[in-house]
Design a protein around this ligand. Sequence first.
Ligand code: HEC
Length: 355
Amino acid sequence: MIATRVFGRVSVVLILLSMAGGAFSADLANGQQVFESTCAVCHGKTGSPDPDSPVLQGLGVLPADLSDPLFNSREPFGDWEMVVKHGGYAMGLAAQMPPHKDALTDEQIHDVTAYVKSLVDTSAYPPGEMNLFLPVRTKKAFPEDEIVYKGRFRRQDGPDAYKNVLEIEKRFGKAGQGILELVHVKDGSRNELTDVEVGWKQAFSWSQTYVVSAAAVLALPTDSDDGDGELQTYLAYGRELSPEWILQSSLRLKFPLDGASDGGAELAGIVHYVHSPWPRRVYPALEVIAEQPYRSRNGDFELTVLPQVRIGLTRGGHVALNLGVEIPVTGQPWDESVHVTLLWDFADGGFLKGW
Ligand code: HEC
C-alpha cells in the first residue's frame, strides 16, 4: 500500500521531470566551417584521422576517430567543449590537442563541438551525457567500462564489520554491460571472499537528458553453508534535472535461490550538485536508501541517508573518489557506515594518465 503510493508519486514526479528536458541549439553550418578550417588538419575532414598525414606524424599522437559512433557517443558534449576550449592537457589528454579559447569565440567552440557530435549517427548508443557520477549505493543506469573498489566500514554492536567489493564492468555491444563483482567480508565470524557476482545490464531507453536500464545479477556464495545464492534484479534511472542538478535512482529486488532466507526490495535515490564543468572538483550529493524485506519476520523497514562527496582525482576525472557516511534513520542494528569508493573509467585511458 505504502509502496504503491510512493511509486505513484515517484512516477508523477518522473513524468513531470521528463517534460522539462533541456535541448541545446547550435549552428551546424558554422560549426562545419570552423571544423574544416581549424580542426580537419589533424582530425581529417570526416573526423577520422589519417595516420599517414605528415602533420600527425609530426605530432606523434594519433587522435581517436571522432566519427566512430561508440567513441563519439560516450564522451559528453560538455567535456568535448572543455577540450576544444582549454586544450587536451587541461582535461588530462595529450597536450598536442591545442586550446582554442583565444582563436575561437565561445559560440564558435559551441558550434564546432555540436558539429563534431553530429559527424555520425549515435542514436543507437546511450549518450555520454548520461554517464553520471557514480553513487555509493544507487545503481547506475549508464553502461560503462569501469573498475571500482568499494569499501564499507560499519560500527555496530559486537565486532565492527568491513566489506570490500571489487567491481569490473565492461561494455558490450551498443547499450549492454557485463558485471563481475568479488565481495569480501570481515566481521566477528568471517574474514573471507563471501560472494562472486556475475550479471548483465542493458540500457533500453534514453535521450540527451535521461537513461533507463535493467540488470540482473547472480550472487553466488563461495561457501555452500551460506545458502544457494541470490538473484538480484534492478531498474536504474538517471536524469539531468538542469545543468547543475542530476538525479539518479534505482529499484532493486533480491530473490534468494533457496527457501531458507528471504529477499527484499531496495529503493535508492541520489541528487548531485554539479557546480562546475571541471572534472577535478569536489561535488556534494545526498543519497537516501529505503529497504523493505518481503516478510517482516526477517527484519524491518530500514531507511538511511548518505551524504557524500565525489572528488575528481585526474584532470579528466576518469579516476575519482567517493567518500560518504551512511546514517540510519530507522532502528537499524548498526550505528553508521563509512563508505569509500575509488573508480577508474578505463575507457578514458590508463589509471596513471592525466594526474
Ligand atoms: C594540432 C592538431 C590538432 C588540432 C588543430 C585539433 N586537434 Fe583535436 N585532438 C588532437 C589530438 C592529438 C587529440 C588526442 C588527444 C588524446 O587522445 O590524448 C585530439 C582530441 C580531440 C578530441 C577528443 C577528446 C577525447 O575525449 O578524447 C576532440 C573532441 C577534438 N580533439 C576536437 C577538436 C576540434 C573541434 C578542433 C578544432 C577546433 C581540434 N580538435 C583541433 C589534435 C588536434
